[in-house]
Design a protein around this ligand. Structure first.
Ligand SMILES: Nc1ncnc2c1ncn2[C@@H]1O[C@H](COP(=O)(O)OP(=O)(O)OP(=O)(O)O)[C@@H](O)[C@H]1O
Length: 886
């Protein structure tokens, strides 16, 4: 009986009651001993605090109302406010008002502080020195996992005063409350059974009422635990996602470098940022309840069992835990590694689908569905095989786990519960009761006691087994978490490495032109574009060395000098733009360029026109947003002007206004996309612009207009193109691919003496060919005249009689027409002759000053004429149309 009552009253409850009583007494005695003045002062203080609190609340409410009003106004016009510290304030609609949200970006100092954790992990963690774990690193329950997990947690919970810490503490409090409630429920359960057995109806009904009340509270606690767990998970995810985005998308172009230069995260960061991060956060938030709660349960229930079953049982219980844990750990498959590989395979499969969506039109033109299906099926098969392998491993593990946790533990529980019966000296309070019972010799009473004790102990054992089971199951969860942790840690480490350019590895030789061999300098803030002894190198993925395209390049473009970069395909024209834009490293030498990108700086129009998601307005102002546009005091009128200048003025009407949202890359034609890019350029009006094959799909008449407009706007153009016709819009020409090996280059000034001579030589050649064309023309007329006659046996045939009549009528008509037209035609002929003579005179006079433009035109006229003549001149003369062949 004593043992049962001991079990029923929990130690925690007693402690709480004692605590409450003690402080209740202290307060009562203190109040009784106070003087009148003290009481008066206390009352005054209370009144003052109430008044002050009320005033504070009123002010807060007023401020909130003003904020809401401001928010409403800003929401209508511009809801973006940039604060001094770089954070952004946005007002989002909330119920019937607005809610102010401040989004602060991660400070550079925070990145620097974290770099140590991600790039210099402690040696003991086994992650190596200056080494980012590759995707192949085996994740498992080891010190490396501990280091990685704690590093990520330092981002997810930045301060103990942060929201995440608050959520974790509340979550913990609710978990404790649930353990306490389990004990109260156990006690109440016992009381109800006791009252039922004793036939005490009133107490039984009261017990049931208590049971229902407690049930309601316990359900609320359980719901709160789940809610808080989800809140913790989403809070972790928000922190980590923002951190990763700040590191991924910044001026250092890490989003480009990660895939094109570093390669540390394999095919793409998307899978890491979306899926792996979500799973990591869910697993980390769940770990707290799946590991923390059973741990507390085990401690409390073990204590209870120790009291009722004695020290031997406790030793048995503890050794059972360690034994089970070590067996399961030894025999469990490497879930962490399996999960990490599964994540990678999922990512590969997903990226193939994303690729197909992005290139649907191209694939459809080629009819490449079958091929794409083969790729997709192959990738899916690999993923499926891997997952099937995991499921097979899980079967064996689940059998083992179930047998150990459910059946062997129950058997062990029976064994431990029998301790007070068979070994009363070792059986704790139960054993003591047993001994007392055997001394008194009351057999029936002892059996009843044994049954009651057994039932109570069994109940505790069950709870304990449940808690222990959950602990053991969480070993599996833990190793899966190790997999996700390793992937997220790899991503952040790689981002830190790219961000800090931390490619130098001590004790390792630098491969020439690898990322650890970058010795060049970029000077930003130069009014022009200058390259001094800069090798153009196509980089390879770290740690390999890149391939040299141009040994050393020197050039300088000042404001107003327009440069055309020409040369054969694949020689490195776009590569120059990549080096200047900072996408590719400057391995040696000096690159000087304007500081800003866009307005008042330099702008790059890439070879493949890019269209963002969003409205038509967003397409013209990209990379600005609407808020930036308003900030720059620009309106749709300016956008319309830009579009009109790019010969796209019809777009807003055709597409249904500036706010139309479409998949623009599919809606616009190739030439329209390029013209839209030019409209963007005209909208931003930078000082310098790199146009990489930006007008290759635009008709040549519009192309000229676009170039002239850009120049009129004061934009210094650096054009990358294979079209020689663009020469006339530029001052310099950088010709690549010269020399025998094609690795030489020359910077020529367009319109110099040398170039003039070359043009004159070609012009002379053309003149000679023009003379030939005149001869051919005369000959062609002769042939045609001959062919209009039909010859039989050497004599010309007279036409038949009916034709003669017709001919006579026709001749009569023609004669009258001729008479009328003769005079006007003669006049025209004379006029034409005069004009021709004038032109020829002008050509001879201006020969030496002939521009590239005229030269091109003359050349194309020649080519046309020549084409026509060659057709007629070669082979037997054939008159098309009439079908008469001689
Ligand atoms: N991201 C990259 N990583 C490594 N090498 C690259 C990369 N992009 C291009 N290259 C290589 O660099 C070389 C030069 O490429 P680039 O794009 O500069 O050629 P280009 O002269 O502009 O040719 P085109 O006239 O066809 O546009 C090519 O051989 C190409 O294969």
């Amino acid at each position: 009986m004593a043992a049962q009552s001991t079990l029923r009253s929990s130690a925690a409850e007693e402690a709480i009651a004692a605590f409450f009583d003690k402080y209740h007494q202290i307060i009562r005695t203190k109040l009784r001993n106070t003087t009148r003045t003290t009481r008066l002062l206390a009352t005054l203080a209370l009144v003052a605090s109430i008044v002050l609190a009320g005033e504070g609340t009123r002010r807060r409410w007023k401020r909130k109302r003003a904020e809401r009003e401001q928010g409403r106004k800003l929401l209508r016009t511009n809801s973006w406010l940039h604060n001094k510290d770089g954070s952004r304030t946005i007002y989002v609609p909330y119920k019937d008002g607005t809610s102010k949200v401040v989004i602060s970006s991660t400070k550079p100092l925070t990145f620097e502080a974290h770099r140590r954790l991600f790039l210099n992990p402690p040696r003991v963690s086994g992650l190596g020195d200056h080494h980012v774990p590759s995707t192949q690193t085996k994740p498992g329950l080891n010190l490396a996992f501990l280091h990685q997990f704690l590093s990520l947690m330092s981002i997810a919970i930045p301060r103990w005063t942060s929201k995440e810490a608050g959520l974790l503490i509340s979550h913990g409090a609710f978990l404790m409350l649930r353990t306490y409630l389990s004990l109260v429920v156990a006690r109440l359960d016992g009381e109800i059974v006791r009252d039922l057995v004793a036939g005490n109806g009133k107490a039984f009904l009261l017990g049931l009422a208590k049971w229902c009340g407690l049930g309601g509270f316990a359900s609320y606690t359980n719901a709160m635990i789940k809610f808080l767990e989800s809140k913790v998970s989403i809070a972790f995810r928000t922190r980590l996602t923002r951190y990763i985005h700040d590191l991924y998308l910044n001026d250092n172009l890490n989003y480009y470098k990660l895939h094109n230069l570093d390669g540390g995260v394999g095919q793409g960061a998307d899978q890491f940022i979306t899926q792996d991060l979500t799973q990591f956060c869910a697993a980390a938030a769940n770990l707290y309840s799946s590991l923390g709660k059973p741990f507390v349960d085990i401690c409390v229930f073990n204590y209870q069992l120790y009291r009722s079953l004695g020290p031997l049982a406790l030793t048995g219980l503890l050794s059972n835990y360690f034994l089970t844990a070590s067996i399961l750990r030894k025999l469990s498959p490497p879930f962490g590694k399996l999960k990490a590989v599964e994540g990678r395979k999922e990512g590969d499969f997903r990226s193939l689908h994303a690729r197909l969506i992005a290139n649907a039109e191209e694939v459809a033109f080629y009819g490449g569905a079958e091929m794409e299906k083969t790729f997709l099926n192959r990738e899916f098969k690999s993923l499926k095989n891997w997952m099937e392998g995991i499921y097979m491993l899980k079967i064996r593990y689940n059998i083992l786990e179930d047998f150990i946790l459910k059946y062997s533990w129950s058997a062990y529980g029976y064994l431990l519960s029998s301790l007070p019966v068979f070994l009363p000296a070792w059986g704790g309070l139960g054993g003591a009761t047993e001994q007392a019972g055997s001394r008194s010799g009351e057999k029936h009473g002892r059996e009843r006691e044994r049954m009651k004790d057994f039932i109570t102990n069994k109940r505790l054992m069950l709870s304990l087994a449940d808690a222990g089971g959950r602990m053991m199951y969480s070993i599996k969860d833990l190793s899966e978490l190790a997999g996700y942790t390793s992937r997220v840690y790899t991503l952040i480490s790689t981002l830190h490495r790219a961000h800090a350019n931390a490619y130098y590895v001590r004790g390792r030789e630098n491969e020439p032109y690898s990322l650890s061999d970058v010795q060049g300098t970029i000077q930003k803030g130069f009014d022009g574009v200058r390259l001094e002894n800069v090798p153009i190198v196509a980089p390879a993925l770290w740690p390999q060395g890149g391939e040299e395209l141009i040994e050393s390049l020197d050039m300088m473009i000042r404001r107003g000098d327009h440069l055309l970069i020409s040369g054969p395909n694949g020689i490195g024209k776009s590569a120059i733009a990549r080096v200047i834009a900072g996408l590719w490293p400057v391995y040696r030498g000096l690159v000087s360029r304007p500081k800003m990108n866009g307005e008042d700086g330099i702008m790059f129009l890439p070879q493949r026109p890019y269209l963002s998601i969003g409205t038509l307005r967003d397409q013209v102002i990209y990379p600005d947003g609407e808020a930036d546009m308003r900030e720059k005091r620009k309106s749709e009128y300016h956008l319309k002007l830009a579009l009109e200048a790019a010969r796209l003025g019809y777009l807003p009407d055709r597409e249904g206004g500036w706010d139309t949202r479409k998949e623009w890359k599919d809606v616009l034609s190739g030439g329209e996309k390029q013209r839209l890019a030019i409209a963007r350029l005209l909208y931003h009006e930078p000082q310098y612009a790199f146009i990489d094959e930006g007008t290759s799909a635009v008709s040549s008449d519009v192309e000229g207009l676009l170039y002239e407009t850009c120049k009129e706007k004061g934009i210094t153009l650096i054009t990358i193109s294979t079209r020689a016709s663009l020469k006339k819009y530029h001052t310099y020409n950088l010709v690549l691919g010269l020399g025998e090996r094609g690795d030489e280059w020359e910077l020529q000034r367009i319109g110099t003496e040398r170039e003039k001579m070359a043009v004159e030589r070609e012009l002379q050649d053309l003149r000679e060919r023009l003379a030939q064309v005149e001869q051919w023309k005369a000959r062609r007329e002769k042939i045609e005249a001959e062919l209009n006659k039909v010859w039989v046996a050497g004599e010309e045939l007279s036409p038949p009689a009916y034709m003669e009549k017709e001919d006579q009528e026709k001749q009569l008509e023609e004669k009258t027409d001729e008479k009328q037209n003769k005079e006007t035609e003669q006049e025209k002929e004379e006029k034409k002759e005069q004009e021709r003579e004038q032109e020829e005179r002008a050509v001879t006079e201006e020969d030496s000053e002939l521009t590239q433009d005229e030269y091109q035109e003359a050349r194309s006229v020649m080519d046309d004429e020549e084409g026509e003549m060659t057709e007629t001149e070669t082979g037997t003369p054939t008159i098309d149309g009439s079908g008469v062949v001689v």
